[in-house]
Design a protein around this ligand. Structure first.
Ligand code: MLT
Length: 283
């Protein structure tokens, strides 16, 4: 199991394939295994790198570390440094999309292209922030399984619930595996994320926006507004998928992603960059 230490805590990722790198950033409250159908299905000569964000999956987080989208973006920069990856296609779903946008803002030179799935650029409304605070209090009181039970109905399309018990079980399993404190802290971290709407106009790399037609949490209207605001963006709507399009219809998702990757211009060779020191436990 590959791991490095970030801020003194174990940071884990999964990898598959060989070729130019694609960094897959999972949503909330999931983990790297959300990208299993992509890591297993990258038949188009790419190297998939799927980290467990801090506190999720097999990654840890120090109790005194902060837990913002920017922190998570910086962890990914550390991971790319460790892997000596200069540039990657950065693909994030939902919370992973918030992190991908933070990564673009903070480390844009490391981004070869962006894939924004089932996500949005807007910050939370006041009401949305309050719900996240309530969720954090609830998970601390009742544990992850109770919260998983209440989040599940909004995550998947009706047809997925009916026909894909395996996907439902995978999603439930990832949520129940997430420690309550991670659920609480990441929820509060999302609540304080900044609005990225104005950032969209700064995106100069090829961008694919993917959304499940039945995504009720970040509906296709959000995807359409992002595409309108980004200079070189294309939109793919996955029919009969909900908020977790890559898991609900991996064949269509992989085909859309594969076409986008195949169309990317070849990266220009870049000079070797000095290896950064990893952040110290208290940086
Ligand atoms: C996710 O799937 O990452 C969440 O729905 C994001 C959110 O709660 O805003």
């Amino acid at each position: 199991m590959p791991t490095i230490a970030i801020e003194g805590a174990r940071f884990h990722w999964e990898e598959a394939g060989a070729g130019d790198p694609v960094l897959f950033i999972h949503g909330f409250p999931f983990n790297a295994s959300q990208w299993q159908p992509q890591l297993g299905g990258l038949s188009f000569g790419w190297r998939g790198i799927a980290p467990d964000l801090r506190g999720f999956g097999h990654s840890d987080v120090r109790p005194d570390s902060s837990f913002t989208m920017d922190d998570m973006a910086d962890d990914l920069r550390d991971l790319l440094d460790h892997l000596a990856v200069e540039q990657a296609v950065v693909c994030g779903l939902s919370m992973g999309g918030y992190v991908a946008l933070a990564f673009w803002r903070r480390h844009g030179l490391r981004v070869r292209a962006l894939v924004l799935c089932d996500t949005r650029a807007e910050a939370d409304t006041t009401e949305g922030r309050r719900s996240r605070q309530e969720l954090a209090a609830r998970v601390r009181a009742e544990g992850s399984a109770a919260v998983a039970q209440s989040l599940l109905p909004s995550l998947l399309a009706e047809g997925t619930f009916r026909d894909r018990p395996d996907v439902v079980a995978t999603v439930r399993g990832m949520m129940e595996f997430t420690p309550p404190e991670t659920l609480a802290r990441a929820s509060l971290g999302m609540a304080e994320r900044s609005d990225a709407t104005a950032l969209l106009a700064t995106i100069r790399v090829p961008t694919l926006v993917v959304v499940g037609a039945e995504d009720g949490l970040t509906p296709p209207t959000h995807a359409e507004s992002m595409v309108a605001a980004i200079r070189a963006a294309r939109l793919a709507v996955i029919p009969r998928a909900g908020h977790l399009a890559n898991l609900e219809d991996p064949a269509t998702f992989n085909s859309v992603l594969g076409e986008f990757l195949a169309d990317l211009p070849k990266p220009a060779p870049s000079p070797a960059r000095p290896v950064r020191q990893q952040r110290s436990p208290h940086s």
